[in-house]
Design a protein around this ligand. Structure first.
Ligand SMILES: [Zn+2]
Length: 263
C-alpha cells in the first residue's frame, strides 16, 4: 500500500504541473483566438458531464446550444493569459485544451449553464464543490473556527463511494463514468482535516498500484459536525465486467466496493 501511495503521489504531482493554469474567464470582450481553434463535435461523454453539472447546480440547460472548440496548440491564450478552458458568452462558445479532462470541461459547462463568466461562489465553491475543477478556500460556506482541532481524515471522516451513473455501461458515453466520493465528519466538534501532498481524493482498483486522483491546492479543509464534502474522479472503462475499488477522501478510506460495468 505504501508503494501504491507513492505512485499515486507522483501521478498527482504530474497532474498539478499540467493543470497549474486555472480555467477561467473574464467578463469584458475577450478575444476569440479562432486561428488556434477547431470546432469539436461534443463527444458522448459530454452528455454525461453536462448532466452532472445540471445535477450539482440544480439548473437545467441545453448542451446542444453550446459550441465546443479544441486548440490546435497544446495551450490556449486569451488576452495574453494562458488557460485550460474558456467560455465566451458571445456565441455560447467553449474552448478546451484537453477535451478528455472531465473536471475542466465541467467547469466551462457550468459557465455555459449559468450563462455568466464569473465564478459565483454559490455554484463554483458551494453546490458544485468537488464536481468541477475549482480551487476555493477550505472554509467556504461554513463559519470556520480557527481554533478548531486538527484531526486526520482517518479519524474525522466517514467516506463512501458510488458511481454516476449508478450502473455504468461500457457502451454508453464511450465507457465514461465518475466515481463520487462523499466524506462526512463524524466528529461532534468542528475540525480541520489536513491535506497531504494536495491529494483530495483517490480511487484504486484492487491489485493495481496506479491510482486515479483529484487534487486541491488547499492544505487543510474545515468540517463542521456532520458536514459533507464530495469529489468526483473521472473514469473510462470500455469492457464489461467487474472491478473492485477502494476510494479515499483526504486519507479517509471507503470500504472496498465492487463496481459492475454492464455491456
Ligand atoms: Zn471559469
Amino acid at each position: 500500500m505504501r508503494n501504491a501511495a507513492i505512485q499515486c503521489t507522483r501521478f498527482v504531482l504530474a497532474l498539478v504541473l499540467t493543470l497549474c493554469v486555472a480555467a477561467c474567464d473574464s467578463l469584458v470582450g475577450p478575444e476569440f483566438p479562432s486561428g488556434n481553434l477547431v470546432e469539436l463535435q461534443a463527444p458522448p461523454e459530454f452528455t454525461l458531464w453536462w448532466s452532472l453539472v445540471e445535477q450539482c447546480s440544480g439548473r437545467r440547460g441545453s448542451l446542444a446550444a453550446v459550441q465546443f472548440f479544441r486548440t490546435r496548440d497544446p495551450m490556449l491564450i486569451v488576452d495574453g493569459k494562458r488557460y485550460d478552458g474558456y467560455w465566451w458568452s458571445e456565441g455560447n462558445r467553449v474552448a478546451l485544451v484537453t477535451p478528455e479532462d472531465g473536471a475542466t470541461v465541467r467547469h466551462e459547462m457550468l459557465h455555459a449553464l449559468l450563462q455568466r463568466g464569473d465564478h459565483a461562489p454559490e455554484y463554483f465553491a458551494g453546490r458544485c464543490d468537488g464536481w468541477i475543477r475549482f480551487d476555493h478556500p477550505g472554509t467556504f460556506g461554513v463559519p470556520a473556527s480557527p481554533e478548531a482541532a486538527v484531526v486526520s481524515g482517518t479519524d474525522a471522516l466517514r467516506a463512501t463511494l458510488t458511481t454516476l451513473p449508478a450502473a455504468p455501461r461500457a457502451s454508453e458515453f464511450r465507457g465514461a463514468f465518475v466515481y463520487l466520493i462523499t466524506a462526512e465528519s463524524v466528529r461532534t466538534a468542528p475540525v480541520w482535516v489536513p491535506v497531504t501532498n494536495g491529494l483530495l481524493a483517490t480511487v484504486f482498483v484492487t491489485g493495481n498500484p496506479i491510482g486515479m486522483g483529484a487534487v486541491t491546492t488547499a492544505t487543510r479543509l474545515f468540517f463542521a459536525p456532520s458536514q459533507r464534502r464530495q469529489a468526483l474522479i473521472d473514469a473510462r472503462i470500455t469492457d464489461a465486467g467487474y472491478i473492485d475499488v477502494v476510494g479515499s477522501y483526504v486519507g479517509a478510506a471507503t470500504l472496498p466496493q465492487r463496481v459492475e460495468i454492464a455491456p
